[in-house]
Write a protein that binds this ligand. Structure first.
Ligand code: FAD
Length: 480
């Protein structure tokens, strides 16, 4: 095997996914083991190009060619040092990141990209296996205290960094367990929850304290925390669901996707939640409305709940048919490409507009009236004459995005400025209230885990500077 010409010799190969028919019978991650030797070969495909665009493609600025080189040489400790220098939680991103780094890989110009996401997961898992990930409490404490509100990836990354800088960090979360959407949004078949518990144990041993089941704004006011701590970080996510404003949306059997996914994740975690509720898919015709990550996670979950039939509706058409240069809509890959959930069984329809939910005499949904759209260009459409039809639906799951963070309860404490969308407005990670910062979806809008980790790291550095006047914490912005 020769590294220099690895990209010419070897093809991209990834761990195989288990058979869809078999894997829907459990909630475990879908990928099988991949031998170490094969991972080294995948690392050998990295061209170590002069200007590695993958660095910029990754929101964390991961030093990808460097860790590929170390993996190829079998130097796992070196690989781990390089990876952890920019990413606190590669065990999460290595599993569920849509890998913008791979889209930026120079090799992908005319060959399949280097399997960066898989290599990242391999390094993360090898680091735990070799005992390289262990608690490293800070050598000295600064005497400053920071409250992090929200224990999703943004809050956890910030807590890890702030603790390393020597500050005492308390992480508050309204949920009974930490992890945010990693735990209660994303299903186990994408991310098994022991990965979160394993990480939390390290953070706790390093000195981060978790105050769970505490809703800030209800159980304790933000003003009180502001007084009690030297700085506060709002990492509360952006989970106010967008409402599908059509007649009949209040019929029984129509639910927000997150209510459905959270309940299922709790059930898989062993909580005593009866399966035979209105929010269970067994023998039902499940109709998922919306086509992003949340929508496809509903599809995979419904198949694991023995749904009779799963279909998914999006009002946009396939981009190849109508996309024009003036199309302003985001063309996220998930909207059009298939996810692993779609392989498990789902009828997908594009270019239909939802008109009205229809129900039976008991007020339960039975169908969704839709009409086909004809797109003139990327912006304008008209309804196709005589195309109206009713799609069967016993369980309707609304997955059409999220409006903004749930910050109404903070209003009695402070008038924190928000942008037009309702996300926190920041200047160098700080809100208009001195000492109150934000990171992750709550300022960015619903985004990605990799961005949340990146924001958490950058906000931690800003807080460190606010508290100490300077900071040794790393910053992607500085290393550019
Ligand atoms: P969150 O993860 O939302 O965490 C916010 C935390 O704040 C929560 O724990 C919440 O309980 C807590 N909180 C809120 N208000 C309060 C309060 N008042 N008091 C105390 N605690 C509070 N991204 C990917 O990269 N890959 C994927 O495959 C992917 N799949 C997804 C699937 C679904 C179903 C969803 C919904 C999102 C998915 N995402 C995915 C997006 C990703 O999960 C988010 O971008 C990321 O979790 C945001 O992190 P965060 O820390 O900003 O917020």
């Amino acid at each position: 095997m020769g590294k220099d010409d690895g990209f010419l010799k070897y093809n991209r190969e990834l761990p195989k996914a288990r058979d869809p028919k078999q894997r829907i019978n459990d909630s475990n991650e879908i990928y099988t083991e991949f031998p170490e030797e094969k991972t080294k070969i995948q690392a050998a495909r990295c061209m170590d190009c002069g200007v590695p665009f993958c660095h910029n493609g990754c929101p964390l600025g991961n030093l990808i060619p460097d860790f590929n080189d170390a993996v190829y040489d079998g130097e796992w400790e070196r690989a781990a040092q390089i990876l952890y220098s920019t990413n606190n939680f590669p065990e999460f991103t290595g599993r569920i990141c849509p890998a913008p780094c791979e889209s930026s890989c120079v090799l992908s110009i005319n060959k399949p990209a280097v399997a960066i996401e898989h290599i990242e997961k391999a390094i993360a898992e090898k680091s735990f296996e070799l005992g390289l990930v262990k608690a490293q409490p800070p050598v000295r404490r600064t005497g400053k205290k920071v409250a992090v509100i929200g224990s999703g990836p943004a809050g956890l990354a910030a807590a890890a960094q702030l603790n390393q800088a020597g500050h005492l960090v308390d992480v508050y979360d309204k949920d009974d367990k930490a992890g945010g959407l990693l735990r209660y949004g994303i299903p186990d078949f994408k991310l098994e929850k022991w990965t979160i518990d394993r990480r939390l144990a390290v953070l706790e041993e390093e000195g981060v304290q978790f105050k769970l089941g505490v809703e800030v704004g209800k159980d304790i006011s933000l003003r009180r925390l502001h007084r009690k701590y030297d700085a506060v970080l709002l990492a509360i996510g952006s989970t106010k669901p967008r409402v599908l404003n059509i007649p009949g949306n209040d019929l029984k059997g129509i639910h927000f996707a997150m209510d459905y996914l959270t309940l299922h994740n709790r059930r898989v975690a062993g909580e005593d939640i009866p399966a035979e509720t209105d929010l269970y898919a067994r023998d039902k015709h499940v109709l998922v409305i919306g086509g992003g990550d949340t929508g496809s996670d509903c599809v995979g979950t419904a198949n694991r709940q023995f749904a009779k039939y799963v279909s998914q509706l999006q009002y946009r058409t396939m981009p190849s048919t109508v996309r024009t240069p003036d199309n302003p809509w985001p063309e996220t890959p998930m909207t059009y490409t298939s996810s692993s959930s779609h392989e498990e069984g789902c009828e997908r329809s594009w270019g239909w507009l939802t008109k009205e939910f229809v129900g039976d005499e008991n007020g339960h949904v039975t169908g969704l009236k839709v009409v086909e759209l004809e797109w003139k260009n990327g912006r304008e459409y008209s309804e196709k004459p005589d195309s109206e039809k009713i799609l069967p639906c016993d369980l309707g799951l609304i997955a059409i995005g999220y409006e903004r963070p749930m910050h109404d309860a903070f209003k009695s404490s402070f008038d924190i400025e928000t942008d037009q969308r309702g996300n926190f407005k920041l200047k160098e990670w700080q809100t208009n209230v001195p000492g109150i910062f934000s990171a992750g979806d709550s300022f960015r809008g619903q985004s990605l885990v990799v961005w949340a980790i990146s924001d958490g790291r950058e906000a931690a550095r800003a807080i460190d500077i606010y508290l100490m006047g300077a900071s040794d914490l790393p910053s992607k912005e500085l290393s550019k």
